[in-house]
Design a protein around this ligand. Structure first.
Ligand code: ATP
Length: 254
């Protein structure tokens, strides 16, 4: 494993109840600094559970996580200010306006020039038309853009994104992907994202971790995976893995 990686997960496990099958089943992976890596897998594969453990929102049942050189079990408060996330499952307080919400998060993250940073984010994510509207009165696509602004408020070195373009129309989705590419290049940031949008993953990601039933069943660059499965795009690879009992890696290991 790369010892200076942004994320190192070692035999990470999450079991929600003693008798149940683990939602995440002893996965190990490393995300190099500056890389964009995708977690792919069908519904219930364990992507959100993995991201929640990386964020410290869920405690692992086993294994360890090192983020930006810090062990998350012992030392997460020194690393949380350097990371951030967005998720369609986490709603911002409805009655606060977009600007008020961003101000709360800017304060929480100790941003110095809060007014300036919020103006930058409004520009970056085209929020100006609804910045004074209560967050509960936004469309799903507008909420997604505000969630991304919140995720960038502290200019994080590590960004964990669960479905970053969920609910965005194709044009806005494309524009947000361009924004993420620029952010990564300018900030030298590391991005781990979970997505069901294969075109997005092909465009943004250096490496894909394919999850199924809580395990990583294959990994590689989008091009490597497409070549290995003899397919023409990542969507076809995804369908092969989702529909087969076993992935090539598992079969090869036996
Ligand atoms: N709080 C919880 N309590 C019990 N089981 C849970 C909980 N959260 C998730 N699970 C279960 O853990 C498994 C993995 O769920 P997870 O949300 O991580 O999947 P996912 O890959 O993100 O799926 P999706 O693509 O549908 O978002 C599923 O079987 C789910 O039912």
């Amino acid at each position: 494993m790369l010892s200076d990686a942004a994320i190192i997960a070692d035999r990470l496990t999450k079991r929600f109840s003693p008798g149940a099958a683990p939602a995440v089943d002893g996965i190990s992976f490393a995300v190099p600094r500056g890389a964009t890596v995708a977690l792919l897998g069908g519904n219930g594969a364990g992507k959100t559970t993995t991201i929640s453990m990386l964020l410290g929102l869920l405690l692992p049942s086993g294994g360890s996580i090192t983020v930006l050189g810090h062990d998350m079990a012992r030392d997460r408060y020194s690393v949380l200010p350097r990371m951030n996330f967005s998720s369609p499952y986490v709603d911002l307080p409805h009655r606060l306006t977009v600007k008020e919400n961003l101000a709360v998060y800017a304060r929480l993250y100790g941003v110095r020039d809060r007014r300036g940073r919020i103006a930058e984010l409004a520009e970056m994510l085209d929020l100006t038309g609804f910045i004074d509207r209560p967050s509960g009165k936004l469309s799903a696509g507008q909420k997604t853009r505000v969630a991304l602004a919140k995720a960038l408020v502290n200019a994080p070195e590590l960004l964990l994104l669960d479905e970053p373009t969920a609910s965005l129309d194709p044009d806005t989705g494309d524009w947000v992907r361009g924004m993420l590419e620029r952010y990564r290049a300018e900030r030298g940031a590391t991005i781990l994202l979970a997505s069901h949008n294969m075109g997005e993953v092909e465009r943004l990601c250096d490496t894909v971790l394919m999850m199924k039933e809580g395990r990583i069943v294959d990994h590689g660059s989008p091009d490597e995976l497409i070549a290995r499965y003899g397919r023409s795009d990542l969507e076809e690879v995804f369908l092969d893995i989702a529909r087969s009992g076993r992935a090539p890696l598992e079969a090869a290991a036996q």
